[in-house]
Design a binder for this molecule. Structure first.
Ligand SMILES: C[S@@+](CC[C@H](N)C(=O)[O-])C[C@H]1O[C@@H](n2cnc3c(N)ncnc32)[C@H](O)[C@@H]1O
Length: 263
């Protein structure tokens, strides 16, 4: 990972003082849904319908580098043989499958996702333990995992507070949270470039082929959730508030964020 910066959670104390009670990752996007219930239904439908094409779109979108980046992130977070990992929003199981090969037979990996279509793809990839559920209310025992990962899905939860509270609950004391996200670039030129790419070119490309319309809408929505997502400082503050320590954001290329914290 070349150009990278670290931002420590301590800098966000004043943000933490101002956090509202319910903390959605972005304001309602009225272009796509009328209320929270419809948002959840719509997002589930899009992911479900696009599950079979998801890997093709995301690998093309990242010029083939996405899988290696995920694997590196797991190793950098300290995942090793014999450990236990919970991959929230596992999607087609890319991250969970990498994790399985790292932890080996002495460890275990659980992939969780609300979409039956995504879970089917993850099973096909060889992910052994899969659970249907959402990040905000995990159907899992407390203090069970050494590492909890979430790739590119924080923008789809309904409440960061409830989500991070659950992450803390299921992690063992000393366990680590690792969140991969795409963030709105700080610099205008970079923002415009990424908007052109993710907001226009990727949706155009995604529309090609079977079920292309749903995939196009999903990728447009994908960009909008990046553009309107709360600032990284808010995410860091919410992690701290949930009880994580050593909270940090590691940025690559100005828009790839890795959030980490220790329970
Ligand atoms: C962009 S995909 C990311 C998949 C995978 N983590 C990756 O790195 O490629 C987002 C995933 O989040 C899931 N998702 C949507 N809402 C969720 C929620 N509230 N809790 C957990 N997962 C959710 C979707 O079903 C979808 O599989």
């Amino acid at each position: 990972m070349e150009t990278s910066q670290r931002h420590r959670g301590e800098a966000s104390r004043t943000v933490q003082d101002r956090l509202p009670e319910r903390l959605p990752p972005h304001p309602p996007l009225a272009r796509y849904y009328a209320d929270e219930q419809e948002r959840q239904r719509q997002v589930s439908r899009w992911f479900d319908e696009s599950a079979a094409r998801y890997d093709f779109i995301t690998q093309a979108m990242s010029f083939g580098s996405g899988n290696r980046y995920r694997q590196q992130a797991l190793l950098q977070a300290g995942l090793a043989e014999g450990m236990s990992l919970l991959d929230i929003a596992c999607g087609t199981g890319v991250l969970a499958a990498h994790a399985q090969s790292i932890v080996g037979v002495r460890g275990f990996v659980v992939g969780l996702d609300p979409s039956p279509g995504m879970l089917r793809e993850a099973r096909g990839r060889g992910v052994l333990k899969l659970v249907r559920g959402v990040a905000e209310s995990l159907p899992l025992e407390s203090e069970r995992f050494d590492l909890l990962s979430m790739g590119y899905a924080l923008r789809h939860v309904s409440d960061l507070r409830a989500t991070f509270g659950e992450y803390r609950r299921v992690l063992r004391p000393g366990g680590k949270v690792l969140i991969l996200e795409i963030s709105r670039p700080r610099y205008r030129f970079m923002f415009r470039l990424l908007k052109l790419y993710l907001g226009c070119m990727v949706p155009w490309f995604a529309r090609l082929g079977r079920r292309g319309r749903g995939a196009r809408e999903l990728m447009k929505y994908y960009w909008d959730t990046i553009e309107y997502c709360v600032a990284p400082e808010v995410i860091l503050a919410a992690l701290q508030e949930a009880g994580f320590s050593g909270v940090e954001r590691h940025v690559t290329m100005g828009f790839l964020s890795l959030y980490t914290g220790v329970r």
